[in-house]
Design a protein around this ligand. Structure first.
Ligand code: URA
Length: 422
């Protein structure tokens, strides 16, 4: 077999066989297929797509390229994954809800590359918080308190790690087969058997339209079935940020406050919905039964106490969350209603303030970020603060018209959850 023939075959729109996909992954791992050859193949896949069978094989060999975790000793394990969004701190809120309903949450999360931080960046903004648990510590914590979150070990789905790094720098991230195999290979390798996927759709997301999101959902469900895994996908809106805080320590703070005060906003609503599906899968109970368990865990503050227990267990001290030196307010020059808050523009701004990284080497400022003081459809008067910016850097030039829009009518077309696909 020869990589040039395989690239040519994909370039000419022919499906690859299982043997060819196995060869590509194994030889790339061994260093016999070079980065430039892999990049050419990835671009051919982006342009010419893959059949579902090809994606299933690709996933299989990416799983086999690294360590496979066995969580058999834990019952009712349930996992959740989001394709990434602005202000998306749902993992920090949902994990304690689901754990306090009797499920086990075993989460290995990543750092963010791009405009905002990942779950691990958010947790690392808590002074003292340990994200580098050994496998034994990870399992022990789940047995003791029902949940643990640690950074992904280097050795899980090794081929995905190397391929993802190439995709990042070769314009090949936005491909349904590549996204599906990347996410599912890690979930399969981590031993997940019940998985709720939150596929973000919109300008601030990897998937820009609902048709692509549907295809991604159906493909991941199919890969899940092949691997004895139950998968539910929610397709959710990412045109507007989730909740009010963007930035690492600000998102930790909002997670704690959400579990305590249960504000009526898109973040709380989405967390309740995702948690309900997770509890339903994890405990094998109906959606309605799961929902009443979730609401009880929230109303009795069991979920709130679980989050504090978890932070404390992993050595974090929430009394010492970092604060930035400077704070700036962006006000409205118009009276009316907030009809749009652009996730993409807010995410870019939060990166400039220090909350995200452009390259893997960039250091995140845990205190930097944005608080949205006036949410979607809230009334504003001239001079009201709409956004508060936190940073230790010089403020970039800001075009508030790109960040939010004020009109004399409300936005009635906003829809948080588009579809649920099982
Ligand atoms: N998340 C992943 O892990 N991989 C992708 O390709 C996209 C999102």
């Amino acid at each position: 077999m020869n990589i040039i023939d395989i690239i040519t075959k994909k370039k000419n729109k022919y499906p690859l066989t299982e043997e060819e996909i196995k060869y590509v992954i194994e030889e790339f791992d061994r260093g016999n297929i070079k980065d430039y050859q892999m990049s050419a193949l990835l671009m051919a896949i982006v342009l010419n797509d893959m059949t579902d069978e090809e994606v299933i094989y690709l996933t299989k060999y990416m799983v086999l390229s690294g360590t496979i975790l066995d969580l058999k000793e834990l019952d009712n394990v349930v996992d959740k994954h989001s394709t990434g969004g602005v202000g998306d701190k749902t993992t920090l809120i949902i994990s304690p809800i689901v754990a306090s309903c009797g499920c086990k949450v075993a989460k290995m999360s990543g750092r963010g590359l791009g405009y905002t931080g990942g779950t691990i960046d958010k947790l690392e903004s808590i002074p003292g918080f340990r994200v580098d648990l050994t496998k034994e510590e990870f399992i022990e914590e789940i047995k003791n308190i029902g949940m643990a979150i640690t950074s992904q070990t280097e050795s899980v789905a090794l081929a995905d790690k190397k391929i993802y790094a190439l995709r990042d720098v070769t314009g090949t991230t936005e491909s349904i087969p590549l996204i599906a195999s990347s996410i599912m290979s890690k979930k399969i390798a981590l031993g997940s058997k019940n998985l709720v996927l939150d596929i973000k759709v919109g300008e601030g997301a990897l998937v820009k339209n609902i048709d692509d999101a549907r295809r991604l959902a159906n493909l991941m469900i199919k890969i899940g079935k092949e691997n004895n895994m139950k998968v539910i996908c929610l397709l959710t809106n990412m045109d507007v940020p989730l909740g009010s805080n963007i930035g690492n320590s600000l998102e930790v703070l909002e997670s704690i406050n959400t579990l305590y005060y249960l504000p009526e906003n898109n973040l709380t609503k989405l967390c309740i919905e995702l948690s309900t599906h997770m509890v339903s899968l994890g405990l094998n109970i109906s959606y309605e039964e799961a929902r009443s368990k979730v609401l009880e865990a929230l109303n009795t503050k069991r979920a709130y106490n679980k989050l504090l227990e978890f932070i404390n267990y992993q050595n974090g001290d929430i009394t010492k969350l970092p604060k930035s030196r400077s704070l700036y307010q962006i006000t409205s020059d118009k009276e009316g209603y907030i009809v749009n808050l652009s996730s993409l523009e807010l995410a870019k701004l939060s990166m400039h303030l220090g909350a995200g990284r452009k390259t893997k080497e960039d250091k995140i400022d845990p205190s930097a970020g944005i608080i949205i003081n006036k949410g979607l459809n809230e009334k504003v008067n001239v001079g009201d603060t709409v956004l508060t910016l936190y940073t230790n850097k010089e403020l970039p030039k800001i075009d508030s018209g790109a960040l939010f829009k004020v009109e004399d009518y409300q936005n009635t077309s906003y829809n948080l959850i588009y579809e649920t696909i099982k």
